[in-house]
Design a protein. Sequence first.
Length: 308
Amino acid sequence: MDSITFPNGPIAMAGNLFLPDNFDPQNSYAAVVTVHPGGGVKEQTAGLYAAKLAEEGFVALAYDASFQGESGGDPHHLEDPAARVEDVRAAVDFLQSLDYVDAERIGVLGVCAGGGYAVNAALTDYRIKAVTTVSALNIGTSFRRGWYGTDSDAAAVPTLQAVAQQRTAEAQGADPAYIPYVPEQPDESTPRDLVEAHDYYLTPRAQHPNAKNKQLFTKSISRIFTFDAFHLVEDLFTAPLLIVAGSEAGSLWMSTELHSRVRSPKKLVVVDGGAHMDFYDVPKYVDHAVAEATPFFRENLAARPVEN
């Protein structure tokens, strides 16, 4: 693994680049960008998937989102879906600049919200030749409708009213307000997946000092609530798509919705017994996802014969 930086407009992005065993810079490799969940950093699940894909022969890049982790961008702790999608495109730019990466053989794997961002990036960036989502989350829809998707979009109105009040307060000198990505104190009403998210992010299981479990309230929420990662996916998404999710995940509805709407070559893999967070670091489920993603990327990122 090499720690690297790459440009994303004025922002310096921090990444970890994983290279295959017996790496030869004279060769030409297929590459995969791995996109971390909301609130995550490159050292967590995105890095785990990148390392495993490198073991399978791919060049793999995990990075911190702009405004998060070790990447630049001000204000920090901002979750901006448009910026997150642009991060994916910038990562592809970087990989295409490497002499040992075949610019026509680049895919993306996204976990949780990173899956939604990966899909959205591929809607308009046709350099991305294949996409895998793992425990996919359409972050805007999830924030509006709740973890299980049972609320109406109008359920977001009270939160947006609170955003308006807080923005007025901050304009008049109040300190910025932050909210957590995952519950700091789960209770009996907290969905199982979010209880397990607390365990992943806020205990020694996977806690990392660069993942602060905080996002700017006004600037993040106003951007997230109007974002739909799957908007126009029926018409613009053309890449082959692999969707991996657990049968016990409260977020499964987003994976099944995505599968029902995409018209490009697609495959939905529902892993029996798996919950949302199992695919972050539980070996049984991570290995299952990698075992699905490896042949998928090999097939769809295969070297093509050169036409004379």
